[in-house]
Write a protein that binds this ligand. Structure first.
Ligand code: FE
Length: 201
């Protein structure tokens, strides 16, 4: 057993702490199986490569291939490890209220909080197949809503991730079956740690 460079972070709350908005069963599978698999696979793939001692962010940025039809294995597992680590922090039990500076920035960029939620949901619903919906801050300081396929994330586009929602089926199929729009509505209404989102600005 060699020293693995990456480890699965603990959830910042108990697996059942987000229930009933997300079940403990979903959290246990999503964190303990899916996220763990990305970490294990990443550790296996970087062994003996130039990425063995690199930071996770450097691996994500350095292995992303802009315009490629499919990304490589190191990128896919590194980006999904990063994405899920952010996601756990971006959620919290009893979704804390949106800090005023974030609310002001969202109103400024999208008209209203409701309009922001509508557009964010549309991005998540509109992502064909697996991927993520994001609220990002661009390099020139603007807030934008984006969607990405598979593990691609804002780091690849020189953006700061403020909020991300995993729209891979493994994140919602147990609790919502195929109803991705309901999952997104529930995510925005009950799960977002708006204090964490504001701190990322
Ligand atoms: Fe996931």
């Amino acid at each position: 057993q060699t020293d693995a460079p990456f480890t699965l972070p603990d959830l910042p709350y108990a697996a059942d702490a987000l229930a009933p908005a997300i079940s403990a069963e979903t959290m246990e599978l999503h964190h303990g199986k899916h996220h763990k698999a990305y970490v294990d696979k990443l550790n296996e793939l970087v062994q003996g490569t130039e990425w063995e001692n690199a930071s996770l962010e450097d691996i994500v940025r350095g292995t992303y291939q802009d315009g490629a039809v499919a990304q490589n294995g190191i990128f896919n597992n590194a980006s999904q490890h990063w994405n899920h680590t952010q996601l756990w922090e971006m959620m919290a039990p009893r979704s804390p209220a949106m800090p005023s500076e974030l609310e002001a920035a969202i109103k400024d960029s999208f008209g209203s909080v409701d309009d922001f939620k509508k557009k964010f949901s549309e991005a998540g619903v509109g992502q064909f197949g697996s991927g993520w919906a994001w609220l990002v801050k661009t390099a020139d300081g603007k807030l934008e809503i984006t969607k990405t396929e598979n593990g691609v994330n804002p780091l690849c586009k020189d953006q700061t991730a403020l909020l991300g929602c995993d729209v891979w089926e493994h994140s919602y199929y147990i609790d919502f079956r195929n109803a991705r729009p309901k999952y997104l509505e529930n995510f925005l209404a009950n799960l977002v740690n708006w204090e964490n989102v504001a701190a990322r600005m």
